[in-house]
Design a protein around this ligand. Structure first.
Ligand code: ADP
Ligand code: PAZ
Ligand code: K
Length: 279
């Protein structure tokens, strides 16, 4: 079994993948700030022969996790942001400083779709761009839905946006604090994504397919007008591409990869942008 680990600022997600059949056998998540102790939410390491890790947590968290895993598992691969990988050239002045989850998303998106706009809706919302030739332009970072809400300190932090809410309802003016806050941060996130996408496509002269991942991807997806696909395993896709192990991975297949969304024509994106600037 292969253990894939995506350690984010909020949650450490894991999944177990069958090395023979490439099927996902189980998955789970634990809070990143809590210690990794054997328990119900943690995979059984006895069945694991290899681990692949993407981590943006503090160095100490990663070091501890790697030390624990190395004592139990033969192969432990830790992903790093590099200057170049799999045909993508990192846009950062200091490539190693790009969050490795963003790098994994960019690589997975490029492998799936060629150029892409990769959006990760986690603790932070990150919006990265890769052009069809493999140039990563860099990206944008805004606070995630939960962080935005917490920063307001209005006592609404424990009332999360229901991921099944309709976007139409979320985009209405709120008539009590909790709704005003939830609808406000939701509008802030989706309008930033829509606008940033249009601006960059306009500047670069290319309509890119958009891919969404992260804990809030599903709810954010409802408000994003740009054609896009939700790919919960996008960061894992980068790990698969960087450290291919199964037969399917060696053939370039990434688990749970969606169909590539067809972007709207560049002229339409430009018209939408021009219209929003006139108002
Ligand atoms: N069950 C959940 N537990 C915690 N956060 C959740 C849950 N479902 C959705 N979320 C949202 O997902 C975000 C965490 O998403 P995730 O992509 O795991 O972030 P990160 O990679 O930063 O750890 C939280 O900030 C919260 O808004
Ligand atoms: C921007 C991030 C905090 C997003 O992490 P997440 O919200 O997924 O936990 C992470 O990618 C990170 O720590 N990046 C380093 C800074 C950078 O990418 O420029
Ligand atoms: K993430």
């Amino acid at each position: 079994m292969i253990l894939d680990l995506d350690i984010g600022n909020t949650l450490s997600k894991w999944r177990l993948k069958d090395s023979e059949s490439s099927e996902i056998r189980s998955r789970g998540a634990v809070w990143t700030r809590e210690e990794w102790r054997p328990g119900a939410d943690i995979p059984d390491l006895d069945v694991v022969e290899a681990v692949r890790i993407s981590s943006v947590a503090r160095a100490a968290v990663l070091e501890e996790t790697v030390a624990l895993l190395r004592s139990r598992v033969r192969h432990v691969h830790v992903a790093h942001s590099t200057h170049e990988a799999l045909g993508v050239v990192n846009g950062y002045e200091e490539p190693g400083r790009l969050g490795v989850d963003r790098w994994m998303g960019a690589l997975a998106g490029y492998q799936l779709a060629g150029g892409c706009c990769a959006v990760d809706c986690g603790s932070a919302i990150t919006i990265d761009f890769v052009l069809p030739g493999g140039t990563h332009l860099g990206g944008f970072i805004i606070p995630g839905l939960r962080l935005m809400k917490e920063s307001l300190k209005l006592g609404t932090r424990n009332v999360a946006i229901d991921p099944d809410s309709e976007a139409d309802a979320l985009l209405e003016p709120g008539r009590r604090t909790v709704d005003a806050v939830n609808h406000g941060i939701y509008m802030a996130a989706v309008s930033a994504i829509n606008r940033i996408y249009s601006e960059v496509c306009d500047q670069e002269g290319v309509a890119l397919p958009m891919l969404l991942t992260g804990g809030d991807a599903r709810v954010v997806s409802r408000g994003v007008q740009v054609p896009h696909a939700v790919w919960p395993d996008m960061v894992y896709g980068g790990l698969e591409a960087c450290f291919p192990m199964t037969f399917a991975e060696r053939a370039g297949k990434m688990s749970g990869a969606p169909r590539v969304p067809e972007p709207v024509a560049l002229e339409k994106i430009r018209a939408g942008l021009a219209f929003s600037m006139l108002l």
